[in-house]
Design a protein around this ligand. Structure first.
Ligand code: HEM
Length: 157
């Protein structure tokens, strides 16, 4: 089913355009990678604060409100650029175990980030749960590192 879908998609006029206009894929990948830099730098700042490694001069609640909006802003751009890359090369992406692993890890970390963000609306929620905050920070950072690794390895499958 999926190979047929990939074959159909790669023969659509939109996919042919993405494949044949030489600057589209490099330009879209560049925007995607710039967003990787935004997401990884802001999430590292937050996860190290949650884990109590850095930034202890400011309350966790401030760090959550400061850094998470950057991720909420970057993810839609990554989804759009990612979809353009998928439409341009559907078999390379959708049939790729690294791509699927990346999307699975991304789904988990988005749920964790949303949980941290929503719970943070309760006064001093994470300040009074240091162990849970440490676990959330460490697990989230591991997931983001996994996403970047799987994303980079897509090209080598
Ligand atoms: C939001 C949904 C996302 C989609 C649909 C998506 C999709 C893609 C696709 C199709 C590629 C091209 C792979 C290739 O052909 O080589 C790619 C590359 C990549 N993605 Fe994503 N991605 C998303 C989010 C993310 C996030 C959140 C991160 C990390 C924070 C990320 C990190 C990467 C990296 C590191 C690469 C390799 C770039 C390169 O070396 O050229 N992606 N992504």
């Amino acid at each position: 089913m999926l190979p047929n879908f990939c074959n159909w998609l790669s023969n659509t006029p939109l996919s042919m355009k993405i494949q044949t206009v030489l600057w589209i894929i490099p330009a879209v990948q560049t925007i995607h990678i710039l967003c990787v830099a935004i997401v990884m730098s802001t999430m590292a700042m937050l996860d190290f604060r949650l884990a109590g490694v850095t930034g202890r001069s400011q309350p966790i609640s401030h760090a959550v409100n400061r850094w998470v909006p950057w991720v909420w802003g970057a993810l839609p751009v990554m989804l759009l650029t990612g979809c353009i890359l998928i439409i341009g090369e559907p078999t390379r992406e959708l049939m790729n175990p690294y791509f699927r692993t990346k999307m699975a890890l991304l789904a988990i970390v988005v749920v964790i980030t949303a949980f941290v963000y929503v719970r943070n609306k309760k006064e001093a929620y994470w300040e009074s749960r240091a162990v849970a905050a440490k676990f959330a920070g460490a697990f989230s950072l591991l997931l983001w590192i996994g996403i970047v690794t799987a994303g980079r390895w897509i090209a080598y499958y």
